[in-house]
Write a protein of this length. Structure first.
Length: 352
């Protein structure tokens, strides 16, 4: 089942494009657009096989990122939350919360930036879990969780003294305190918060996995996969930006080393690699990370080329090329960051 491009583009035109400048400059959170995607059926998975779900949702992320990667990043956060509940063995979460997320009644977030770095040997786990009758008491602080607001759901992982447990919590919990973070170089409209857990009780009904490490192994490839079209969308936008100024200064841009045709060819190559990997049914973390890493470097090259082709016009504050440049640098530092990806791929090469 292919994505309804007409409906998708109509939503982008109506609920996203008019707010892009406000998102970038005033930290506006495009919550209405994200909810509208769900209400239009773009997150529905019940009548699709897994490959179709992935391909459709990748398309939605890419098309959103062409216009606003900040909002596409929020969309990725929501898709990560969907992945947790689609993969969990907890029937209550699948029956009660997953439909709300898929129908666009509520939004979700990942909360796994710190745990992903923990499992990569880069950070300590920030949350602790004390086992009591009927559930866990969670304490600690997550430094940054994006795509949050009132009545939003997100996943988190805490150490209970023996192993890690993964939970799913709502921001409206009275013992969860949110503090907004919006002093980034870009992507300030991502609704990013520090989340403090102060003796937060989470019942067993809201445990995604009692053995979080095993569960993370199962969802990590999809977690990373959904990030790849963030870069694809930015590259596509950069190509459009380059083509738009092709005749600038009597065609002087044709002498620049990086041209739109080269960027198109490389983008199409990566898109084909990703589609083939999904259709093979063998989505390994190593293969996904290689495409993700190539995608980041291609995105950085594309936005730099776009800046050069646009010249001084691109250097004006608030210009589209400068926004795409900042978005690309955020993508390079999105978990797993370029540093993590390089470490993972190089260790994998040595291990062969």
């Amino acid at each position: 089942m292919a994505v309804d491009e007409v409906v998708l583009q109509a939503l982008i035109e109506e609920k996203l494009k008019p707010f892009v400048k406000k998102i970038d400059e005033e930290a506006y959170y495009a919550e209405d657009f994200l909810l509208a995607l769900g209400k239009a059926g773009f997150f529905a998975s019940t009548q699709k096989d897994e490959q179709t779900v992935l391909l459709d949702e990748l398309t939605i992320v890419q098309e959103t990122a062409k216009v606003c990667m900040t909002t596409a990043f929020c969309l990725w956060c929501h898709l990560a939350a969907l992945t947790y509940l689609r993969k969990t063995d907890n029937e209550l979460l699948r029956a009660k919360i997953l439909p709300l997320l898929e129908r666009g009644e509520v939004l979700g977030a990942t909360g796994l930036s710190n745990p992903m770095k923990y499992y990569a040997g880069l950070e300590k786990l920030h949350l602790t879990a004390q086992r009591i009758d009927g559930g866990y008491v969670i304490n600690g602080v997550l430094p940054a969780v994006s795509n949050l607001g009132a009545n939003h759901w997100f996943g988190a992982i805490a150490y209970n003294g023996e192993q890690e447990v993964m939970i799913f919590v709502n921001t409206d919990h009275e013992r969860i305190t949110l503090k907004e973070k919006n002093h980034f170089l870009g992507v300030n409209g991502s609704a990013t918060y520090t989340c403090k857990f102060d003796n937060v009780f989470v019942g067993d009904d809201y445990v995604v996995a009692q053995e979080a490490s095993t569960f993370v192994d199962s969802i990590r490839p999809t977690f990373v996969l959904y990030q790849i079209p963030l870069g694809f969308g930015v590259v596509a936008a950069a190509i459009e930006g380059i083509e738009k100024v092709k005749a600038k200064q009597n065609g002087c841009n044709e002498y620049l080393q990086v041209q739109a045709d080269e960027l198109k060819e490389k983008l199409q190559h990566l898109q084909a690699l990703l589609q083939a990997l999904i259709q093979s049914g063998d989505i390994t973390l190593q293969a996904i990370c290689q495409i993700r890493l190539q995608g980041v470097y291609q995105t950085l090259a594309a936005v730099q080329a776009n800046m050069l082709h646009n010249g001084s016009a691109g250097y004006i504050a608030g210009s589209t090329p400068s926004r795409k440049l900042r978005e690309a640098y955020f993508l390079a530092n999105l978990t797993p960051t370029v540093r993590q990806l390089e470490k993972m791929t190089q260790i994998a090469k040595v291990a062969k």
